[in-house]
Design a binder for this molecule. Structure first.
Ligand SMILES: [Zn+2]
Length: 75
């Protein structure tokens, strides 16, 4: 996988995804991703993007001010 920003090599890793929905904040930990070794740009695969959307939808329904979700436990 190559970085879409600078074209350098992106390596497999884990990241924390934070989505600010205005009224609430959704924090997803242990999200599998590719991280650029040059610029730290984070790239998600299509499956991960879809899963993150699901998690955010669920969190919206709960409407807690801050939702912290462990990706490895829901995926
Ligand atoms: Zn890069």
């Amino acid at each position: 996988m190559l970085c879409m920003e600078c074209g350098a090599k992106a390596e497999k890793g884990l990241t924390t995804d934070v989505t600010d929905l205005g009224s609430c904040l959704v924090i997803v930990r242990n999200v599998p991703c590719y991280k650029c070794i040059e610029c730290n740009e984070v790239i998600y695969t299509a499956d991960v993007v879809k899963q993150l959307e699901n998690i955010i939808e669920q969190a919206k329904k709960v409407m807690q001010e801050i939702s912290i979700v462990d990706y490895s436990k829901v995926a």
